[in-house]
Design a protein around this ligand. Structure first.
Ligand code: 5AD
Ligand code: SF4
Length: 456
């Protein structure tokens, strides 16, 4: 039988007895990465010990993504594979959270009977309580409903995880783009109070963090309260964050083109701490499709926005998301998308084939275009996006860049991995004590997806 917990957890400082081990697997967007880190902090504070590998962990926590059907399938396939390989057994407590948790809730217990706990993006803070309840009673727990901002008050202080940190500034999304499941999994938009965000950032900087990435499904519509009860704006928040001493670099994601107001562009112009990189999903270059997507802007207004941003910050690199094969997309619509891509010349782009998401308005639309044709269009688009990405990288050859050294290179443990302001990864030689430092490099080589640099 499934029960629902609604109690807030209270963590006792004496609760440090070892409760067992846990492993966290995370899929999807940066907001999930933030939630997963907070879950790690919470479980550790409750006396559980994290292990990097899933083998033999007492509790496996899955932070999932529902944005496309493929992402959702991956979670269930992974669970099947772990069981098959003996990584998990009948004693493993499996807790499925994130967007799939909120989307499917009770149904998950039928889809995979080995799952014991289902939680959502808004109830992550109750996880230790759910685990205790399941351990005590053996009753499965489904708990996916909460106020948007409740978790931020209930989570412990963040652990230290490298020189760059995510800070969620708002939860949910109220835009209801017709293809997107996020408003139904993360719920309606709500902004955190400004002071809570500033305090979290100051704590990070005190712990050595150099770069902050402000997160939200639609950061431009941030409307948190100021300490004197006024409604703030995203532009205002940017000025406040930029004034924090010790902050070397500020990023934010995701920005909806619809609410990219002139005060935000002015902040990007005024505040050199904001990185030379911005992600602005356009989704399509066809006005007909943008209307069906309920995006509330046109291809030309997007072009104008890019022009204004490039005027405000000539070095800014712009990346985007594009959906190929939205229901009813014709070859003319796709040609309009390609025209936009060639006009804007994105620095990089993420592109996806439309995935029908149950319960969204677009799921009701006729979709006669064969998948094979959509795949061909995706290929054409990706070739073009890749061509521009390579051109921008080539343009960086011989330049001097200030980079933040993030850690050890994944391919070679004797090399370091760093990131430029425009979000390119640079591999360089150097001592590990450079990790967490800003250093200056000359770009000496352009590789397929990374650059090579030498300190100067
Ligand atoms: N199908 C394909 N791609 C989608 N995205 C969101 N919903 C869908 C969907 N149903 C893409 C959008 C968004 C990115 C995070 O995922 O491009 O910007
Ligand atoms: Fe989904 Fe649109 Fe909200 Fe982005 S802005 S999360 S695409 S509904």
């Amino acid at each position: 039988m499934a029960i629902t917990t609604t109690d807030r957890i209270t963590l006792s400082p004496n609760l440090k007895i070892q409760q067992g081990t846990f492993h966290v697997a995370v899929w999807g967007c940066q907001m999930n990465v933030y939630d997963a880190d907070r879950i790690r902090d919470l479980m550790s504070a409750a006396g559980y010990v994290e292990q990097a590998e899933p083998n033999g962990a007492d509790i496996i926590i899955l932070v999932t993504c529902a944005v496309r059907a493929k992402a959702e399938d991956k979670v269930f396939n992974q669970l099947g594979a772990w069981r098959h390989q003996g990584v998990t057994d009948d004693h493993t407590i499996i807790a499925l959270g994130g967007c799939v948790g909120a989307e499917l809730a009770e149904q998950i217990l039928k889809l995979d009977p080995t799952i014991a706990i289902v939680f959502g993006p808004r109830t992550a803070h109750r996880l230790p309580h759910m685990v205790s309840s399941y351990k005590a009673t053996g009753d499965k727990v489904v708990d996916v409903q909460a106020e948007a901002l409740e978790k931020f008050d209930a989570l412990p202080e963040q652990g230290q995880r490298g020189p760059s940190a995510f800070v969620t500034i708002m939860e949910g999304c109220s835009n209801k783009c017709s293809y997107c499941i996020v408003p139904y999994t993360r719920g309606e938009e709500d902004s955190r109070p400004e002071q809570d965000i500033l305090d979290e950032i100051v704590t990070h900087i005190d712990h050595g963090v150099k770069e902050i990435n402000l997160l939200g499904q639609n950061v431009n519509s941030y409307r948190g309260l100021t300490p004197d009860g006024q409604v703030s704006s995203f532009a205002n928040l940017l000025y406040e964050v930029a004034a924090i001493p010790g902050l070397e670099r500020l990023r934010f994601t995701t920005s909806n083109p619809m609410e990219f107001t002139d005060d935000i562009i002015a902040a990007i112009h005024d505040l050199p701490v904001i990185a030379d990189y911005i992600h602005i999903p356009v989704q399509s270059g066809s006005d007909r499709i943008l209307k069906l997507m309920r995006r509330n802007y046109t291809a030309d207004s997007y072009r104008e926005l890019v022009a204004k941003l490039r005027q405000a910050r000539p070095n800014i690199y712009i990346s985007t998301d594009i959906i190929v094969g939205f229901p009813g997309e014709t070859d003319e619509d796709f040609a309009e998308t390609m025209r936009l891509v060639n006009d804007v010349k994105f620095d990089s782009g993420f592109s996806f084939i439309y995935s029908k998401r149950p319960g969204t308005p677009a799921a009701e639309l006729d979709d006669p275009v064969p998948l094979e044709h959509k795949k061909q269009n995706l290929y054409v688009l990706q070739e073009t996006l890749e061509k521009y990405a390579q051109q921008y990288s080539q343009g960086m050859l011989g330049t001097t860049q200030r980079v933040l050294v993030e850690g050890v290179s994944r391919k070679n443990a004797h090399e370091l991995k760093a990131r430029t302001s425009n979000n390119r990864v640079v591999i360089l030689e150097g001592d590990r004590d450079l990790i967490g430092q800003m250093v200056t490099v000359n770009i000496t080589e352009v590789m397929t997806h990374t650059l090579r640099g030498v300190r100067c």
